[in-house]
Write a protein that binds this ligand. Structure first.
Ligand SMILES: Cc1cc2nc3c(=O)[nH]c(=O)nc-3n(C[C@H](O)[C@H](O)[C@H](O)COP(=O)(O)O)c2cc1C
Length: 268
């Protein structure tokens, strides 16, 4: 059996570990829906407190001057690898599918059949699944216009998701709270497939799947910069709504974060 069915992993999962991780993960769910708009809140911090508490670095000895500076030559500093800042507002423009392929390319296995990919994975389990969705109605260069694509990094192919992917439904699932970021052209959804994550490393697998997703989105950020595309990571969505649009079981597939990609609005 070369390509095993995804739920085959469940045979090797400890049910107790699985239930505890699912319970813990569920505590991090947001319910973002206009029906609950004035009924739920995340915190009671005011703007002043937020400004004070965010953007900080953690100095361990704030009362003592125990620091040394960087002594790098100017050319080293100028040539370093860097991502762009997150996009504040996207222009409403569709992306040519060739750009989508270029964007995703660094994640793939190299030609020649190695299972290794463009990003590392603890124990080569590769529990991170990547779904690609157009958010634009003018996506004529996309294969199977309107359908969500699931990346197969080793085969270097996209699998076409079979659900009815209505772009408006998709937008309402991921952009319910995103009124002021304009119109990103596409969304990449990073999902951890939990049975694959937990069958070997148990609770620690959860941590490893999150780190894998972080390394994937950083690679995408760097590639996006080189293609002149803008990005913004996004976690303000309701997991179950997103799984419904993808047509996957929310008890097995945990959508860890969304990456909006598009063209930057120059005035922002
Ligand atoms: C995992 C993750 C989730 C994020 N989710 C959101 C989000 O839901 N809404 C948002 O406005 N920004 C989100 N961001 C973007 C951060 O706010 C942003 O990265 C941070 O303010 C630093 O700014 P910079 O990306 O421009 O350097 C997210 C970033 C990460 C890494």
């Amino acid at each position: 059996m070369k390509n095993i069915p995804h739920d085959y992993y469940l045979r090797f999962v400890d049910a107790w570990v699985y239930e505890e991780v699912l319970d813990f993960h569920s505590k991090g769910n947001f319910t973002l829906h206009r029906a609950f708009k004035d009924r739920v809140g995340l915190h009671f911090l005011n703007e002043k407190q937020l400004v004070q508490l965010t953007g900080n670095e953690l100095v361990l000895y704030p009362d003592m001057d125990l620091t040394v500076g960087f002594a790098l030559p100017k050319e080293d500093i100028e040539n370093h690898l860097s991502r762009n800042e997150s996009c504040e507002r996207f222009l409403s423009e569709s992306l040519d599918f060739a750009d989508v392929e270029r964007l995703i390319f660094p994640l793939l296995s190299k030609e020649g059949g190695s299972y290794k990919r463009g990003y590392p994975s603890a124990g080569a389990l590769y529990p991170a699944e990547i779904f690609i969705c157009s958010l634009s109605n003018e996506n004529t260069s996309w294969p199977e216009a309107g359908k969500i694509l699931h990346l197969l990094p080793r085969s270097r192919k996209f699998e076409i998701m079979q659900g009815e992917a209505d772009p408006e439904l998709l937008k309402s699932a991921i952009m319910e709270s995103a009124n002021d970021i304009g119109s990103p052209s596409m969304a990449i959804i990073y999902v951890a497939y939990m049975p694959k994550s937990l069958f070997k490393y148990r609770y620690r697998g959860y941590r490893m799947s999150l780190m894998e997703i972080g390394s994937i989105y950083m690679l995408v950020e760097l590639q996006a910069k080189s293609l002149g595309l803008a990005c913004r990571l996004w976690s303000a969505y309701t997991d179950s709504m997103l799984c419904k649009v993808l047509g996957v079981n929310p008890a097995l597939f945990f959508p860890m974060c969304v990456h909006f990609i598009g063209k930057r609005h120059e005035t922002y």
